[in-house]
Design a protein around this ligand. Structure first.
Ligand code: HPA
Length: 277
């Protein structure tokens, strides 16, 4: 067996010693958005550090746990904290937790992140449904293909599911939550962008910039998982505003938007569960 796949299988076996849950959805909680996991009906919490072979997150505001439970009645596993490429992990390593949730049997993946607004019309505090993405870090699929997970050359024509996006859009309008829709670009980080880099990514077609998510979405699609994503625009990217950026600002903004964000995720998940399960 491929060494990487063996690591995943060992981690899966360790999960199965703790819970036999087969959640409907996997939810990845971005920077400052982890609070949602504290509000669900929790069954089991497993720190990544207790799963052999799993990478462990080192960033402030990114506790590393899988949280199993019910969110608005929907069986979920939430990733409270993720690992990033800039921590020194390879992109295949950074997607291990998402692949592990796929092996647990989730039916769909809900990705969230904090991102910088690149589109001139965006404001800090906006929520953006991810329509498509640009992955500007190495693909998480590099290396020998793991045939048990998916094909060598997977299609990426609809990374973010049309029908799941439509559910999020409907949910937002029913709840009076303003929602943007745009293209997310993943850069390596950990430094924020220069004004010229922000101009470059806008020219490339990006509306928001961040340091995660695109790799996870690729790994999910490789496994055939239906995927949807929301960015919390925590700040305007460098050059869109003259203010210097700080991680504290990103966290503060996430705190401010958290109530709307939680309502949108929970209500969307309920609708998805009703319609797809
Ligand atoms: N750039 C990159 N990543 C980010 C930003 C940003 O402005 N804000 C939150 N994550």
């Amino acid at each position: 067996m491929n060494e990487y796949y063996e690591r995943l299988q060992k981690a899966l076996a360790a999960v199965r010693e703790r819970t036999d849950a087969v959640p409907f959805a996997g939810v990845v909680l971005g920077s400052g958005l982890g609070g949602l996991a504290d509000e669900i009906e929790i069954d089991t919490v497993i720190p990544y550090s207790e799963l052999p072979g799993m990478p462990v997150s080192t960033v402030q505001g990114h506790n590393g746990h899988f949280v199993f439970g019910r969110c608005g009645g929907v069986p979920v596993v939430m990733m409270q904290g993720r690992v990033h490429y800039y921590e020194g992990y390879t992109t295949p390593e950074t997607v291990m937790p998402v692949r592990l949730m796929g092996l647990m049997g989730i039916k769909m993946l809900f990705l969230t992140n904090a991102a910088g607004g690149v589109n001139w019309n965006y404001h800090a505090g906006d929520l953006m449904l991810i329509a498509d993405q640009i992955c500007n870090v190495p693909s998480p699929l590099i290396g020998p293909n793991i045939d048990e997970l998916g094909v060598r050359f997977p299609d990426m024509s609809e990374i973010y599911s049309k029908r799941l996006r439509s559910i999020v859009r409907d949910t937002a309008s029913e709840n009076g939550i303003p929602l943007r829709e745009g293209v997310y670009i993943q850069l390596g980080g950990p430094n924020y962008e220069s004004p010229s880099e922000v101009r470059m990514v806008r020219t490339l077609g990006a509306d928001a910039v961040g340091m995660s998510t695109a790799t996870e979405a690729i790994a999910a699609r490789h496994m055939g998982l239906e995927t949807v994503g929301i960015s919390c625009i925590s700040n305007l990217a460098c050059g869109v505003t003259s203010a210097p950026l700080s991680h504290a600002e990103v966290q503060e903004c996430a705190d401010r938007v958290a109530p709307q964000f939680k309502r949108l995720i929970t209500a969307s998940l309920q609708k998805m569960y009703d319609q797809l399960s």
